[in-house]
Design a protein around this ligand. Structure first.
Ligand code: M6R
Length: 610
């Protein structure tokens, strides 16, 4: 949460910083600000709301300053306001900082500093950093940043600049992202690579508690104690166009249409010529796989729903007991986990605070931890024994779509792999599934190209005034219903519940009245007949049913007001197709309600706070 960028070079940096912020806006958009060193002082600009507001006032920040820092905020401590917008400065106005994360002991630090006479102008936790640096400064910004770091608890990344050292940015991280971009005669620091991807692809990922001193010609990394640390640059091969809308009206719509590619890329090179699954990088030997006793999946939000799909697949194909839990609950339980447990931590960003904490707990207990993530170099990849990358490319829309499908693909591959290696699945069974998996990207591409979005939009348009939705599914379609409901909540703000269809009669059916819209995931499955009984039950209470069904199913036509047909596939693979009309439905309901689909209120793409 929150995006930060710093630039030091020879070019006037106002617009460079602003363009960087644009690429980080998905991380938060409650307020924004820029601070540039110019003529021996800071020029500061703050604004409330998203970056359009900052852009409208950008000309107020004139000058030729070539060193600066900038921030786009997701509010934690203090409402969105000009006072609470970053960058924050100290009492003397000589230091400015931007911070992403949370300073957990900020109240005690703040009261200490106030007793010493420091005056605060915001309600944020971040402002203490500027005052800590002011207090510690003895002629070296690097040392003052390190000293402030020693006194701070929590998880954060911050960048600092000082008017007395006008050619330097100092940055440091603890459990939240920081990446350095290496240019020619200029360098960058940022929360994420897209911030400077148009300028350079050479990056360095500093580790926790390493102090990074960046000038236009150098990047020096030292430990807190001052020992030199050597970190080799890496080249990122990300496609810059991926960070643009490429003709789509929103990132979310573009990303929905990129799902066939995300699936194909996540599958690529993971199926051998004999049809068996090849997964490298898990850090699990054949013996370790064979002696597994249980799987614990931890994740949040959409990633949790992908984990639920993983549970159905792992139980069916690998015959292992699987628990799936939201990371924020898992981390504060006393879970029964240890050697013989495989902990799968699913996180698109690889930075979600609760998921990282759950991983640490599992690791300390002796479990083998595998991160399933989309981001190379993310914190989850550093803390896990092994990594299974999804290859969805950059996702900007706050509501996850293509990363979900890639996670589901990763879960299915992993379940097939564990089943095959543990001898529960015969080679011909694995081959049957992998052949079908290979067909899915093409099926989905055809589905999208043949006008699926337009058909869903027509139905969605009629539901912009609905007051409530209910989503139902059974078995492996239950996570699909949950994900469809989450999409509706996130972007349309229409209250939506999701339930196991068989559980309806134990309470939620009381919500239904004449015309209540109920979305049912009714693709072919072993529980299809049971589900149809549940559909009859909701129909009998007056519900208006919108079904997702397998192509060619005519049995639902008398029961459902609307049917979104998706291509037929094996039921275990069906989430890869059946979730797509639900994503589109949520998208078009939100769009026709006039909501900002890519920037839903109160949310941020990466949740680095607990
Ligand atoms: O980066 P992560 O996968 O760990 O993020 C987890 C959730 O915050 C995320 O899936 C969230 O629920 C999305 N906004 C869903 O659209």
């Amino acid at each position: 949460m929150c995006g930060i960028i710093g630039y030091v070079g020879t070019r006037p940096c106002r617009d460079i910083l602003f363009r960087g912020l644009r690429k980080l806006e998905y991380r938060g958009y409650d307020s924004a600000g820029i601070s540039i060193i110019d003529g021996g002082r800071f020029k500061l600009l703050h604004s409330v709301g998203n970056l359009d507001n900052l852009e409208a006032r950008l000309s107020e920040l004139d000058g030729e300053g070539t060193v600066g820092i900038a921030h786009t905020r997701w509010a934690t401590h203090g409402r969105p306001s000009n006072e609470n917008a970053h960058p924050h400065t100290d009492c003397s106005g000589r230091f400015a900082i931007v911070l992403n994360g949370i300073v957990e002991n900020y109240l005690s630090l703040r009261s200490q500093l106030q007793q010493e006479g420091h005056e605060f102008t915001s309600e944020t936790d971040a402002e203490v950093v500027a005052h800590l640096i002011e207090r510690a400064y003895r002629g070296s910004l690097r040392d003052a940043v390190a000293e402030a770091f020693r006194q701070m608890e929590g998880h954060f990344t911050y960048c600092a600049v000082a008017v007395e050292e006008p050619e330097v940015i100092v940055a440091v991280r603890k459990e939240t992202p920081l990446v350095v971009g290496l240019g020619e005669g200029e360098n960058y620091v940022a929360s994420a690579i897209p911030a400077f991807l148009s300028e350079t692809r050479r990056v360095i990922f500093p580790e926790d508690a390493e102090v990074v001193v960046v000038t236009r010609d150098s990047v020096e990394i030292t430990s807190l104690a001052g020992d030199t640390v050597s970190r080799s640059p890496q080249i990122v091969d990300w496609d810059e166009e991926a960070a643009e809308k490429a003709g789509y009206e929103t990132f979310m719509l573009k990303e929905i249409h990129e799902q066939p590619v995300a699936l194909a890329d996540t599958l690529a090179e993971r199926v051998g010529p004999d049809g068996r699954v090849i997964l490298e990088g898990l850090g699990l030997s054949f013996e370790a796989l064979r002696s597994l006793r249980q799987v614990n999946i931890v994740a949040c939000g959409t990633s949790y729903h992908a984990g639920l799909v993983g549970k159905y697949a792992l139980e069916r194909w690998a015959r292992l007991p699987v628990e799936v839990e939201v990371a924020s609950e898992f981390r504060y339980r006393d879970p029964v986990i240890g050697p013989g447990s495989l902990c799968l931590a699913i996180s698109q960003s690889g930075e979600t605070a609760d998921t990282l904490a759950a991983m640490r707990l599992a690791r300390e207990a002796g479990a083998h931890v595998v991160a399933v993530t989309n981001i190379v170099g993310s914190q989850a990849t550093r803390e896990a024994h092994g990594v299974l990358f999804t290859r969805a490319g950059l996702e900007i829309g706050v509501a996850a779509t293509k990363t979900f499908l890639a996670q589901v693909m990763a879960m299915l591959l992993l379940a097939l792999y564990v089943g095959q290696e543990r001898g529960h699945l015969a080679t011909e069974d694995v081959r049957g599934f992998t052949e079908e998996l290979r067909r899915i990207p093409g099926l989905l591409r055809d589905y999208l190209e043949e006008g699926a979005a337009g058909r869903v939009e027509q139905v969605a348009r009629r539901h912009t005034n609905s007051r409530f939705f209910l989503c139902l599914g059974r078995n492996i379609s239950l996570p699909v219903a949950l994900e469809g409901a989450l999409k509706l909540k996130e972007i349309s703000y229409i209250p939506t519940d999701a339930y196991a269809a068989g559980e309806m009669k134990h309470g939620p059916i009381a919500l239904l009245e004449e015309g209540s819209p109920v979305l049912v995931v009714a693709t072919d499955s072993c529980v299809y007949d049971k589900l149809i009984s549940n559909v009859q039950e909701v129909k009998a209470r007056g519900a208006s049913v919108i079904a997702v069904a397998s192509e060619g199913n005519v049995g639902l036509t008398d029961m459902a007001e609307e049917i979104f047909y998706v291509p037929r596939t094996h039921e275990m693979l069906s989430p890869l197709l059946s979730v797509v009309p639900l994503q589109l439905f949520a998208y078009y309901v939100a769009k026709h309600k006039g909501e900002k689909v890519d920037q839903p209120r109160n949310l941020a793409k990466t949740v680095t706070v607990e």
